[in-house]
Design a protein around this ligand. Structure first.
Ligand code: ZN
Ligand code: ZN
Length: 357
């Protein structure tokens, strides 16, 4: 994904609004977004006098090949280099990513002059919320690869297989189809285990009656996809069929609330109101959705506490779930891009209760 001056330019504008003369980025996905660098160890120092990616000799060739819009400095004394640059630039007000900078690194950096480190806010996260067309294309490609991989597994049959074998096969299939890997370790949870929203796949074997929850995604060009299906084999009746219909209605309520200008917490509220009408609200134990991009979870969050508003170009998930302890759960998740008038799904699998294959 080409990165470059405009993204860095928007960060500089954001720094000027906060009267910062330097900003230190340590979050690797922010660094990739701003410069294109894909290595796993670097720090980016952005100042009014120039921008510099600081890394060590392992990344010398890669950094010079990938980095756009910033100077590259190679050193094995990273913190000393940054302190020196901050001193010579006479930086008085420095911003940093408090959620990502370790206390150890902060001590190495600040010395006794902690009063200069004034703003711990992640200033790049908000810049990443609205996606460029190229970013959306990468996520659509990732979603297509992930969906094709799951369909391939399901058509070969998964009944009787341990959950963890299905998860491993899914990862392998996504890679075989050109993904860099999964966007997160897939969740494969069958039967009563589907009542755990973040279940890790185990030796539990996939049964004949479900529900089988698969929450999965692929990574392509650095960008993530995220989708969840719940499979109820056969002709399901009983409580889980009712739960399925309630979750589907809640998901549709969330997707139809998704349009520019709407507060994110209102999208979450629409989902909760729908589940409340069905009587399942107390079994919905997480928030409605999240932004997706270089990271699987990004701003904005679609939750009761979110202060963000939906904007055109955002890519977010809508993923209500109802989890009945000891019985099972249903979660339906799509990722959608926000358009001028509403939203369009970029994940592909149908969410009706009909079998996927
Ligand atoms: Zn998911
Ligand atoms: Zn998600």
């Amino acid at each position: 994904m080409p990165a470059g001056d405009d993204r860095l330019g928007r960060l500089h504008a954001s720094m000027r609004r906060r009267r910062l003369d330097a900003y230190l980025s340590v979050r690797l996905s922010n660094i990739r977004y701003l410069t294109g660098f894909t290595g796993s160890d670097a720090t980016l120092l952005v100042t009014s006098r120039g921008d510099c990616l600081i890394t060590d000799g392992r990344y010398d060739v890669q950094a010079r090949e990938e980095v756009r819009g910033a100077e590259v400095a190679i050193t094995d004394r990273k913190w000393a280099e940054i302190r020196q640059r901050l001193r010579s630039g006479r930086s008085r007000r420095i911003g940093y990513e408090a959620a990502h900078l370790t206390m150890d690194s902060f001590r190495s950096l600040s010395g006794e002059r902690t009063e200069r480190w004034v703003c711990g806010e992640d200033l790049v996260g908000p810049l990443r919320m609205r996606k460029e067309p190229g970013e959306i294309l990468a996520m659509e490609a990732a979603a297509a690869t992930a969906a094709a991989s799951l369909l391939c597994l399901l058509s070969a049959g998964v009944e009787g297989m341990p959950e963890r074998d299905v998860a491993a096969d899914l990862e392998r299939e996504m890679k075989r189809r050109g993904a860099e890997g999964p966007s997160f370790p897939p969740i494969v949870a069958d039967g009563a285990r589907s009542a755990m929203p973040h279940a890790s796949p185990t030796a539990n074997r996939i049964g004949a009656t479900g529900p089988l929850i698969v929450d999965f995604g692929a990574r392509k060009g650095g960008y993530c996809s995220d989708e969840t299906v719940t499979i109820l084999p056969g002709r399901p009746r009983g409580p889980l069929r009712k739960v399925y219909d309630a979750v589907l209605r809640a998901q549709q309520a969330g997707l139809s609330a998704l349009r520019p200008g709407v507060p994110c917490r209102r999208v979450d509220a629409r989902v909760r109101e729908s589940l409340d009408r069905s009587g399942y609200l107390k079994y919905f134990v997480h928030s409605t959705g999240h932004g997706v991009g270089l990271d699987i979870h990004e701003r904005p969050s679609l939750s009761p506490r979110s202060k963000d508003r939906i904007e055109e170009g955002m890519v977010v998930t809508v993923e209500p779930g109802v989890y009945l302890p000891g019985v099972g759960g249903v979660r339906l998740e799509d990722t959608a891009k926000v358009t001028g008038a509403g939203c369009e799904r970029i994940t592909f699998l149908p969410k009706t209760a009909k079998p996927l294959i």
